[in-house]
Design a protein around this ligand. Sequence first.
Ligand code: SF4
Length: 175
Amino acid sequence: MVDSPEGFTGEGFFATSFDKVVGLARKNSIWPLPFATSCCGIEFMALMGSHYDLSRFGSERVGFSPRQCDLLMVMGTIAKKMGPIVKQVYLQMAEPRWVLAMGACASSGGIFDTYSVLQGIDQVVPVDVYVPGCPPRPEAVIDGFMKIQELVHNESLRRRNSDKYKLLLESYGIQ
Ligand code: SF4
């Protein structure tokens, strides 16, 4: 059962603000897009299985069309050649969109401090939550996912139009 948003209650009525209702609905219906390139992807499969069951959070609908998803989950080693592809997927997602970097490789390049591996996906797209670990256990990913839910729940409806957000995107060369 989902808690109702903050507001005023009385006999026979409940009043709250529009952004709290939108935040509540968004946070409990996040559609993830898994961008998995290596071992962390296997851990993601465990996350989606019946034992950990991400569908308990309203996110059983994993999508592979960026246009239908609002959470990009990047898991695995991202080669520098793959960087532009991650960015392209991100660009194809509609706002509002969030990004979770799962595991050491996606967050920082992990143990692969080499000429060919991107040292963190935040070099190509803005990241909202980093989940450490090699690989992180599904519990850690659930914790990261709940941090995303917190962000989604509390995000102002105007954030995406703010100068700060536009500047953030511009710093990544995104208009
Ligand atoms: S963080 Fe570890 S488990 Fe995850 S993709 Fe990198 S090497 Fe594999």
